[in-house]
Every structure is written in structure tokens, then in C-alpha cells.
Ligand binder design. Structure first.
Ligand SMILES: [Zn+2]
Length: 290
């Protein structure tokens, strides 16, 4: 399956983004050159294309994709790649392109845009060789299937993309818009903010299986096909609560507000603590009793 996705032609980027539905008007008009607009350097070396309100297109290496449980996934942290290149004195355009790729993911998440992928193959530059020759794309093609951003950590930019539109997957509020938190300069000053482990949230969403753990009703289905519930720490992190499944529940949006502000919020918290086996337990205590 993954092998079938390996490109064996080298189509022009211009033709592929146009095929995906990207508006190439500026690509054509901003390059009146004899070489032809399809070679417009403003566009054709980019790693990501964003058409606001419509779609994003990412260039992804076939060699970075994996096949897991019958699905094709791509994991990476483009923000960290940009920073790595910057610190190592890599070419500024590579730093910028990696950064723009990370920003494209954020736009797609905030605006719920489709993600299309141009699969590339060829000679990749060693990650450490920031001053070495550029990677050489030998083959590329547009994947006819759209992709889904199945996980994105707004704090770090760590991203998981999965091929296909995935019906019935679960997302919470941290998968959606996090405008202020995603800016690196802001992350540095908010040292008091608590880091939530995305793996804990994923496990809680899987446990809830799409149903609010207070009222039992299904979360609503999003335009992307995902099911939305909000993750909630029963004992807040700020009060010393653990970032562990035993202290996290998945709630419908209404019950999440209820858990924070209702007159019976303390009773609700106690109910979860009993059900989850004591929210104040540390990880080691859970390991002993289970
Ligand atoms: Zn509910």
C-alpha cells in the first residue's frame, strides 16, 4: 500500500497544485519571464501552499511515511526542523520554508481546510548537513486522496498526518484553534502554563469512544468527520492534579462548562474521582493498585 504511493514520474509542481484546485493566478502574474511562469521561484520551491478558505497543499517525502494498522501516516515536527536549521546556521530559505509548512498546518486546523499532499521522492539531504547541497526531488505526484491532520501539538508543532478522510476519529478543544499558544515568543513567557501530554488526551478520548463521560450523549460530528468532545482535568493541574487518565475525563462542551461553573461542580468532580479510581492518585499508586 505504501509502496503503491511511491511516485515514478516528475510532474511539475505548478501542474500538481493546479490539479489540486489551487488558484495559480498570482503564480502566473508575478513572473513575466522567458523561462515561463511554471518556474516562478516565488512558488515552485515552496514546501507548502495555502489558499485561504480553500485548501492547503504539502510536499511530503515518501520516505517519511509509514504504514501502521493499514493506514499511511506521516509524523514530523516542522517547527523543530526550522529551529534546528536556524541554530545550525542553515540556509534562511530552508528555515522559512519549514516554518511556513508548520504555519500551513495551523491554518488548516483553524479553518478546517482540506489537506492535499504532493508525494516526493529522490535524494534527501542528511538532516545534519544543513550546509550541504539541497535535497533533490526526482519524482513527485499529487496524491488523489486528501489527508487528515490527526494530531497537532500547538506547543511544539509535533504533527501526525494520516492519509484519507477519517470518519469517527476523536478530537478535543486542544486540537482546534490555539492562536496565542502557538506563537513561540508567547510560549517562552507563559512559563506558568501547564504542559498537557497529548497522549493522555488521546487515551481519554479513546476511552470515552465519542460519548460524554458525564451525560453519556455522543459528541457532535464536525465538518471534518471527527467527533468532538472536550478533555477536562477533574483536579486542575494548577491545584496539583495529575496529567494522567485517572484525572482526565472527556465531556460534551456543555458539560465541560458545567464541570467548571455549575453550582454542583464539586459533586460532579467527586463523582469522577470515584469512577476513575481516585483522581488524586499519582501514577505510581495506580501502578501498585492495578
Ligand atoms: Zn455531556
Amino acid at each position: 500500500m505504501l509502496a503503491d504511493l511511491k511516485p515514478h514520474r516528475k510532474d511539475l509542481v505548478f501542474d500538481l497544485v493546479e490539479e489540486a484546485g489551487f488558484d495559480t493566478t498570482d503564480w502566473v502574474e508575478s513572473f513575466k519571464h522567458a523561462a515561463g511562469y511554471k518556474a516562478n521561484p516565488k512558488y515552485c520551491y515552496e514546501w507548502a501552499y495555502v489558499q485561504p478558505g480553500k485548501l492547503i497543499i504539502l510536499n511530503l517525502w515518501h520516505s517519511n511515511m509509514d504504514e501502521e494498522h493499514g493506514q499511511i501516516v506521516h509524523r514530523g515536527t516542522f517547527r523543530a526542523d526550522a529551529e534546528f536549521r536556524r541554530l545550525k546556521g542553515g540556509k534562511q530559505q530552508w528555515v522559512d520554508r519549514a516554518r511556513r509548512l508548520d504555519e500551513a498546518l495551523q491554518v488548516a486546523l483553524r479553518k478546517n481546510l482540506p489537506v492535499r499532499v504532493i508525494i516526493v521522492d529522490g535524494d534527501r539531504r542528511e538532516k545534519e548537513a544543513v550546509d550541504g547541497p539541497s535535497s533533490k526531488v526526482r519524482f513527485r505526484k499529487l496524491d488523489p486522496e486528501p489527508w487528515t491532520i490527526t494530531a497537532y501539538d500547538w506547543e511544539t508543532g509535533a504533527c501526525e498526518l494520516t492519509r484519507g478522510i477519517l470518519e469517527g476519529r476523536f478530537v478535543d478543544q486542544f486540537d482546534l484553534e490555539q492562536t496565542s499558544k502557538s506563537a513561540p515568543e508567547r510560549r517562552e513567557v507563559t512559563t506558568s502554563s501547564f504542559i498537557r501530554d497529548p497522549a493522555v488526551r488521546r487515551r481519554v478520548l479513546a476511552r470515552a469512544n465519542g460519548r460524554c463521560e458525564l451525560c453519556g450523549e455522543p459528541g457532535f460530528k464536525m465538518a471534518s468527520g471527527a467527533v468532538y468532545l472536550e478533555t477536562h482535568h477533574v483536579v486542575p493541574l494548577a491545584d496539583g492534579g495529575d496529567d494522567h487518565e485517572s484525572n482526565v475525563v472527556a465531556l460534551c462542551a456543555n458539560d465541560h462548562r458545567r464541570a467548571h461553573f455549575a453550582d454542583n461542580r464539586e459533586e460532579i468532580a467527586r463523582r469522577f474521582q470515584v469512577r476513575n479510581g481516585g483522581a488524586s492518585m499519582s501514577v505510581s499508586e495506580v501502578a501498585v493498585t492495578s
